[in-house]
Design a protein around this ligand. Structure first.
Ligand SMILES: [Zn+2]
Length: 257
């Protein structure tokens, strides 16, 4: 915000100042920081960095993208950008993760979120905390009834085996790893997901249930990135329980500057 204001006001200044502001803005926008080179090298030796993010802003800004039914998608989100996740048909759960770019062992941690929020569902203004307790994103808008699940693990093939399936079943765990791999990333673990639009009511005695969704077509959540991150979304292929109305469909997302 400060930088954009500075650039705007710089238009009225002498050309030299505008050039300095423009170059600085370009460097920051593209992930370059003016810092001590030895410190940077040391940090890279501790935390090996993956390839630089390759998001092409010209293609990602405000372009509506599909998360296919029963599949996952990953997208790089720069600090300051927002990710809008749209429940297009109104009854589709979207499992959601955020990994810190360059440090994929740091990711959205549901345990850390609940401990900080002191509640089970996020409200507008709440941060998505990492397993190192840093805010990765902030929930800036939510047009749904606000019922999101942070308790239930992402579904996996074993889960469907316990539900009676005798053959492979699409699942959010495999979708997450496949989506990361599409961007060239791989992690040897599956963090607990935030299950957007998933209705898991809880009772006074502590019991839980998998209930039909409360959301309506077109409702969305908008997460503003506090750190450069890799967001992963999976259209949950759960078609045995009621969470998707037993009708698994696609959803959409959008990157907004
Ligand atoms: Zn699932």
């Amino acid at each position: 915000m400060f930088l954009s204001n500075y650039l705007w006001s710089a238009k009225d200044c002498v050309p030299e100042w505008y050039a300095v502001a423009f170059v600085s803005g370009w460097a920051l926008a593209n992930g370059y920081a003016f810092c001590d080179a030895s410190a940077l090298a040391q940090s890279r030796s501790v935390y090996p960095l993956p390839p630089r993010l390759t998001t092409n802003r010209k293609h990602s800004v405000s372009a509506l993208q599909t998360i296919p039914a029963r599949r996952g998608k990953a997208v790089a989100v720069k600090k300051g950008q927002a990710l809008k996740i749209i429940n297009t048909h109104g009854h589709q759960v979207v499992d959601f993760w955020a990994f810190v770019a360059g440090h994929l062992t740091e990711y959205s941690g549901m345990e850390q979120c609940r401990a900080t929020w002191l509640k089970l569902c996020p409200d507008v203004g709440d941060h998505l905390y990492s397993n190192r307790r840093r805010p990765i994103m902030t929930l800036e808008e939510d047009t749904s009834p606000g019922r999101h699940d942070t308790v239930i693990a992402p579904c996996d093939n074993e889960r469907y085996g316990l539900l009676g399936c005798t053959e492979y079943h699409d699942n959010c765990r495999d979708n997450m790893h496949a989506a990361l791999l599409e961007l060239g990333y791989s992690v040897p673990f599956t963090p607990c997901s935030m299950n957007l639009f998933m209705n898991i009511p809880w009772q006074q005695d502590g019991s839980l249930s998998f209930d039909p969704p409360l959301s309506s077509p077109g409702e969305y959540v908008l997460w503003r990135a506090q750190l450069d991150c890799i967001a992963v979304m999976s259209c949950c292929p759960q078609d045995i329980l009621l969470i998707n109305n037993k009708n698994t469909v696609d959803a959409h997302y959008q990157i907004i500057n």
